[in-house]
Ligand binder design. Structure first.
Ligand SMILES: Nc1ncnc2c1ncn2[C@@H]1O[C@H](COP(=O)(O)OP(=O)(O)O)[C@@H](O)[C@H]1O
Ligand SMILES: [Mg+2]
Length: 286
C-alpha cells in the first residue's frame, strides 16, 4: 500500500485542525480508505473527540520514546472498548507528551535528532494505511517540525480572519524549512478554509480573495480547496457527544463539504502521482 502521510497544520490554536483531521479521515474512510490518525497534541483533542480516554493506553509518547512499537499503540476500529468509525485507527496522545523535552534532555538520549523523532514511528506504519493523518499541536512544539519532516503532504487549516491568515505564512516557512532539511517529498496539498461564516461577510470575502491571490499552485491555480467548511453548531455538539458529524447528523451539509474536500484531496494526490510517474524514466522491459 502506497501510504500518504499528511500533516494537518497551521500553528494557531482553534483554527479547526483537529476537527478537520477527524472529518477528513472520516470522509476518506467512507471512500474505503484505511486511515490512521496520529494525535501529536498533548492536549489530546483528536483522542478525546474520538471518544478515547487518555489513560489506559500506550500513546504517542511511549512510541516516540521507544517504549513500544507504533503498532502496539494503535487503537483500531475493532477495539471493543472504544467505537472508532470503520477504517479509522488512532495512535492516541495524552498529557504525557509534555515529558518529551525532559526525555530528550536525558544523557542517554542526547544522540536523538529532535527534528527526526517521528521518523521511526511513521516508518513503522507506512505501507499499512492509505492515509496517515498527523494532527499537530497549536504551538510549535517538539513534535511540530518532526511532523513536517515525515509528511508527504501538508494541509493548512485557516479561518477567514487576520491572525489565522497571517499564521499561514509561518506554516509556509516551516514547509520550506522541512524541504531544505531533508524532506524534499513534502508538498502543500492545499489550504482548507474552516468556520466560514454563512452568509459570507465582506470581511470573509476579503480573506478568501487574499488567500487565493497570495497562494497559487505551480499551475497557477489557487492552493485553497474549493470546499468551504462553514461554521456550524452541530459540529460542536457532535464533538461533545464524542462523535463525528457523519455519525451525529449524517444529513448535515457540512458532512457533504467534507466529502467534497476528501474528493479534492484525492484528485490532487492522483494528479501529483501521475506527474511524478511521468517524470520517472521507465526501464524498458526486454
Ligand atoms: N466548522 C466549525 N464550526 C463551528 N465550530 C467548529 C468548526 N470546526 C471546529 N469547531 C470548533 O472550534 C473549536 C476548535 O477546533 P479544533 O478543531 O479543536 O481546532 P484546533 O485543533 O486547530 O485547535 C472546537 O470547539 C471545535 O468544536
Ligand atoms: Mg487541535
Amino acid at each position: 500500500m502506497n501510504t500518504k502521510v499528511i500533516v494537518v497544520a497551521n500553528q494557531k490554536g482553534g483554527v479547526g485542525k483537529t476537527t478537520n483531521t477527524i472529518h477528513v479521515a472520516r470522509a476518506l474512510a467512507e471512500r474505503g480508505k484505511k486511515c490512521l490518525i496520529v494525535d501529536l497534541d498533548s492536549s489530546a483533542g483528536a483522542t478525546t473527540t474520538l471518544g478515547v480516554p487518555t489513560v489506559g493506553w500506550q500513546t504517542i509518547f511511549e512510541v516516540i520514546s521507544g517504549e513500544v512499537d507504533a503498532e502496539e499503540a494503535i487503537i483500531t476500529d475493532q477495539d471493543v472498548e472504544v467505537s472508532l468509525p470503520q477504517n479509522i485507527h488512532l495512535i492516541p496522545s495524552s498529557p504525557r507528551l509534555n515529558e518529551l523535552d525532559s526525555f530528550l534532555n536525558r544523557d542517554e538520549n542526547l544522540g536523538i535528532v529532535a527534528q527526526d523523532l517521528l521518523m521511526a514511528p511513521i516508518a513503522g506504519v507506512r505501507g499499512r494505511y492509505d492515509y496517515v493523518l498527523l494532527d499537530s499541536a497549536p504551538l510549535v512544539t517538539k513534535t511540530t517540525f518532526p511532523a513536517y519532516k515525515v509528511a508527504d503532504y501538508a494541509i493548512l487549516s485557516t479561518q477567514l480572519e487576520k491572525l489565522s491568515f497571517e499564521r499561514l505564512e509561518s506554516a509556509m516557512k516551516l514547509i520550506s524549512s522541512a524541504q531544505r532539511n531533508g524532506n524534499n517529498r513534502l508538498a502543500l496539498l492545499g489550504i482548507v478554509v474552516t468556520m466560514a461564516p454563512q452568509p459570507t461577510t465582506r470581511l470573509a470575502m476579503h480573506y478568501l480573495n487574499l488567500i487565493d491571490s497570495t497562494y497559487l499552485s505551480e499551475e497557477g491555480t489557487p492552493v485553497r480547496f474549493e470546499a468551504l467548511i462553514h461554521r456550524n453548531v452541530a459540529i460542536q455538539e457532535a464533538a461533545t457527544a464524542k462523535q463525528t458529524l457523519f455519525e451525529y447528523q449524517p444529513g448535515h451539509r457540512v458532512v457533504n463539504s467534507y466529502r467534497h474536500l476528501a474528493g479534492e484531496m484525492e484528485d490532487r494526490i492522483k494528479r501529483r502521482d501521475l506527474r511524478s510517474a511521468a517524470q520517472t524514466p521507465q526501464v524498458a522491459n526486454g
